[in-house]
Structures are given as C-alpha cells and as structure tokens.
Ligand binder design. Structure first.
Ligand SMILES: [Ca+2]
Ligand SMILES: [Ca+2]
Length: 283
C-alpha cells in the first residue's frame, strides 16, 4: 500500500501549459488559463494581439495610434500636445511659436494657426508689405480745367485749352514770352514753367527717342516724338509746332498713340511740356 498525500500539483510551473501570450493561474487540483493583457482569445483558442488602434478607442482623436504586439502607442499629432491618450491644441499664437510676419495677426486654429496681414498690408501672412497707395492720374477736375475736358479711350483725361495763348495744366495761365529759339533736331526742349515756344521738327522723328507721359510730357522726352504722340504730326513729316512749359503734376501713364509708346512717369523733379495745336501757330 502506498501512502498518498494529497498534494496539489502546480501545473503552471510546467512550461507552456497555457500556450503563448497567456497567464496561467494555479488552482487546487487544476489551473486556469487567461490571455495576458493586450491579448484576446482568438477563434483557434490562441491568445492573439488586441488591435487597440481601432477607431474611437484608446488614443485621442488627434493622436497617431500605433498597434504593437501586446500593446499600443499613442502620439499626439503635430500641433497638439499631451500623452497621446489626451491631446490638446497648442496655441502657437500665445506661445509665440509662430512665423507670422510682424505686420500680421496670428489666428490660432485646432492643430495649427493662421497668419493674416494687418490692415494696410498685403501678403500671405508670413510676408506682409504695405499696400501701395494708388496714385491717381490727374483729371480735368484735379487740374481745375478751364478749357475743354477730353476723355481718352485709355482712361486718361486732358484739359485742352481753347486758345494757345492760354496754358497751364488747367488752361488757367496766360502766355508769357518765349525764351527758346528754333529747335532743329528731334531731341529735348527744355522750357521754363509758363513759357510757350515755337520749334521746328525734322521729318522722321518717330524713329527713336525717349518719351514719358501723355498729353503732358516730362522735359526729358524728345519733343518731336511728343508732337507725333499727341496726334499733331501723325505721319512724322515734321514742321513747326508749339509747346508750353509746365510744372510736373503727374504721375503720367504711358500709352500707345500714333505708333509711338510713351512710358509711365511716376516721379519727376524737372519741368514738363504740352504740345499746342499747330493750327494755332498762325497769328
Ligand atoms: Ca496590440
Ligand atoms: Ca493651434
């Protein structure tokens, strides 16, 4: 006869009694198997990894979830801070952690921020430049035109004096004496303010030369080209013409007329002139 002592056997001490990824619990006369944390019982009775990254579980909606064997990892998305289980928006604007321009306002948004140029500035918010003030072309009104106001198709306006003895940008000044002698080239004609002069142009002055403005031309323009551009010598045949010296009241917008293109003149410190109709030369 043998002597049997009733001794429980700890089955859990035997290796792999429950299979991988499980926890073995010894009981009196038996044992129990349960899946380890992070594992669940699969259809085949084996413990398989739980995918904690299924939507709406574990990680914050603003976090990146990475499933791992037996566990998972959460990392807050860019623009958010926290442990991944809970993520809150970073306020880049109050943290001063933004690259908005000094002339821009920072607007915090969920996960990011926006930059908007302040009033009076334009750009993408990262770069803002002052809005250039519109320089308006002079109008008959701004020139206080005392003559006939003509509208050009390009939008310009000119004050055309009714008599060549009247001049000035608004036709409000009477003629003074001419101090300039005949001119016999296509070049420039420097006239003092208020001086009206007769000059001569050779044929073919449409070929080359500088030209700034329209109707009123800056003194660095070639006067005979201005004659053509102003419509008084359409075929560049040359002849005698009149011009009056004026003060700059620009900006002047360059336009193309009679085959000649004049250029803009936004700033000019010298004088200007206008061509007077040649029909007025005969006294
Ligand atoms: Ca897992
Ligand atoms: Ca933010």
């Amino acid at each position: 006869m043998g002597h049997f002592s009733h001794v429980d056997v700890n089955e859990c001490e035997e290796s792999e009694v429950c299979g991988p990824n499980s926890v073995c619990t010894n009981t009196v006369g038996s044992y129990e198997c349960a899946c380890a944390e992070g594992y669940t019982m699969g259809d085949d009775g084996q413990c398989v990894d739980v995918d904690e990254c299924l939507p709406g579980t574990n990680c914050d909606v603003n976090a990146q979830c990475t499933n791992t064997e037996g566990s998972f990892e959460c990392a807050c998305a860019e623009g958010y801070e926290g442990d991944g289980l809970e993520c809150t928006d970073i306020d880049e604007c109050s943290n001063d952690d933004h690259d908005c321009h000094s002339d821009a306002v920072c607007i915090n948004t969920a996960g990011s921020f926006e930059c908007a140029c302040s009033e009076g500035f334009e750009g993408d918010g990262r770069t803002c430049t002052a809005v250039a003030e519109e320089e308006e072309l002079p109008t008959c009104e701004s020139r206080s035109c005392k003559g006939d106001c003509l509208n050009y198709t390009d939008g310009g306006q000119v004050c055309r004096c009714r008599s060549w003895k009247k001049y000035g940008n608004g036709c409000d000044v009477l003629k003074q004496t001419c101090s300039t002698n005949w001119k016999r080239s296509c070049g420039k004609l420097q006239l003092d303010d208020g001086v009206i002069c007769k000059f001569w142009c050779p044929p073919g002055c449409n070929e080359a030369g500088k030209l700034f403005g329209n109707d009123t031309y800056t003194a660095n323009s070639h006067v005979c080209r201005a004659v053509i551009h102003a419509g008084l010598d359409e075929n560049a045949e040359g002849g005698f013409f009149l011009a009056v010296g004026l003060t700059y009241d620009g900006p002047y917008e360059g336009v193309t007329r009679f085959g000649l293109t004049s250029r803009n003149k936004n700033r000019y410190t010298g004088g200007t002139f206008r061509i007077v109709g040649d029909e007025d030369i005969i006294e």
